[in-house]
Design a protein around this ligand. Structure first.
Ligand code: PBG
Length: 324
């Protein structure tokens, strides 16, 4: 008799497929990144990210409540300030847009969700880099660490449960941990963007935060050609005290995500970034792919590769689909 083995047997009926399905995506595993802009009159859609908004403080509060009601596991907040300077002062100002909005959300939501904040300077600097610049125009690693420490403490005091350092400076996790502890914020966690590649797919995000970056981030973000240094970055961040580690982007780096998941002893997150969002939305808008199936397949793939947590702009919509 031929064939001897028939794997199709396990695919015969919906009930059979449901029984043998290995990977699940649950709403609680999804984190919604949100943008809040200072001085905005009404929420504004981001052109390259259809369906994603720059929020006012007021619309942010309402949308965050809806997200929590939909069952998402957390919120990652980014701020777009009205004024930028060379050192990103608006980030540490307690009345700066990100800190003020964190305060709003913590007051509104309490501990009913996990409130996270982008702990980076690029949204606040006029040159758009993730750090402060040395006299020769390069990003000064150690001077930037001091700024990150202040940023983290300001965000923790404003209401963040977890800070997300995304600037890829060496030593940032240990420095931030020490700064938080010295300020008495020992319960504030750190989601380390341990592995972050210099990706072309951040383009729409830079529209979302109205980035003024002229060059690129290749002296601090990783080369897409390299997998080995991802392991080194994760090991360093774990040794420095990361509570969770993240791989970013997600879909283009599933191999890296898998190898990180194999060595991490803390939860592993993956960031399905703006360009991944825009690609699927654009193809779906053209009728070239099925939108819902594509989104759910992408999330399933990221989970299958090893992510415990997924940051995704579809968090709320996907949570609703997954709850059906
Ligand atoms: C830096 C930061 C970036 C993103 C998250 N944090 C942009 C960058 O490194 O240029 C990108 C997220 C996305 O593309 O969705 N603060």
């Amino acid at each position: 008799m031929y064939p001897l083995h028939r794997p199709r047997r396990l695919r015969t009926t919906p009930a059979m497929r449901r029984l043998v399905s290995e990977t699940e995506v649950r709403p609680r595993q999804l984190v919604l990144p949100m943008f809040v802009k200072e001085g905005l009159g009404s929420p504004a859609e981001i052109g390259s990210m259809p369906g994603v908004l720059q929020h006012t403080r007021d619309s942010l509060r309402k949308a965050a409540v809806e997200a929590v009601q939909a069952g998402v596991g957390g919120i990652m907040l980014f701020g777009v300030p009205a004024e930028r300077d060379a050192v990103g002062s608006a980030g540490t100002d307690p009345d700066g847009i990100l800190n003020a909005a964190l305060g709003d959300l913590r007051a509104e939501l309490g501990d009913s969700t996990v409130l996270m904040s982008d702990c980076c300077l690029d949204e606040f600097t006029d040159h758009g880099h993730c750090g402060v610049l040395a006299a020769d125009g390069t990003v000064d690693n150690d001077a930037t660490l001091a700024a990150y420490g202040e940023l983290a403490v300001a965000q923790a005091r404003a209401g963040a449960h977890v800070v997300g350092p995304s600037g890829m400076m060496d030593g940032q996790i240990a420095f931030i941990r020490n700064a938080l502890d010295a300020a008495g914020c020992t319960d504030t966690g750190i989601l380390a963007y341990a592995v972050k590649y210099a990706s072309a797919f951040y383009g729409p995000f830079r529209d979302a935060v109205e980035s003024q970056l002229a060059g690129d981030r290749k002296t601090y973000q990783q080369d897409p050609a390299n997998a080995r240094e991802a392991i080194r970055e994760v090991q360093l961040d774990l040794a420095e005290g990361a509570d969770m580690v993240m791989v970013k982007p997600a879909l283009l780096y599933l191999d890296v995500l898998r190898s990180v998941a194999e060595i991490s002893d803390v939860p592993v997150a993956a960031y399905q970034i703006s360009g991944e969002y825009a690609m699927i939305e654009a193809a779906a808008a053209n009728g070239w792919i099925d939108r819902e199936r594509s989104i759910l397949e992408s999330l399933t793939s990221i989970r299958r590769a090893g992510a415990d947590i997924i940051l995704t702009y579809w968090a709320v919509e996907a949570a609703r689909w997954l709850d059906r």
